[in-house]
Write a new protein. Structure first.
Length: 119
């Protein structure tokens, strides 16, 4: 049974004028993925999100990308529901730029820890 937890990764520092939020939250046999950006002043952003699912059937990969202008109202260009078969692991990696400058990639996974294999 999945527990209701939300894994949220935020990046908001003095050196980074844009807050990027990558959330993975379980909902029964699905996983909600949401990517949001906000900032006090407008900034041109580009983003590339890669999602990998590892499970009994193997590994699948999907990619989504886009551009937007951030501002004080949060913009959430991605709001997806992913299938979450029992025993699977989902990893999301965001690469992005602010006004053309590369930022530190954000990584998120569910479940947050790798299952241990039997000895």
């Amino acid at each position: 049974m999945l527990t209701l937890t939300m894994a949220t990764l935020m990046l908001a520092t003095a050196a980074t004028p844009v807050e990027a939020r990558l959330e993975l939250s379980p909902d029964n046999d699905r996983l909600n993925l949401q990517l949001c950006f906000s900032s006090e002043a407008p900034h041109q952003l580009t983003y590339h999100l890669e999602v990998r699912t590892h499970g009994r059937a193997g590994t699948s990969r999907s990619r989504q990308s886009g551009e937007l202008t951030s501002g004080p109202v949060a913009q959430c260009p991605l709001n997806n529901r992913l299938g979450l078969p029992e025993g699977s692991r989902i990893e999301a990696t965001l690469t992005w730029t602010i006004d053309g400058e590369e930022q530190t990639p954000l990584r998120q996974a569910y479940p947050t820890t790798q299952p241990t294999s039997p000895a």
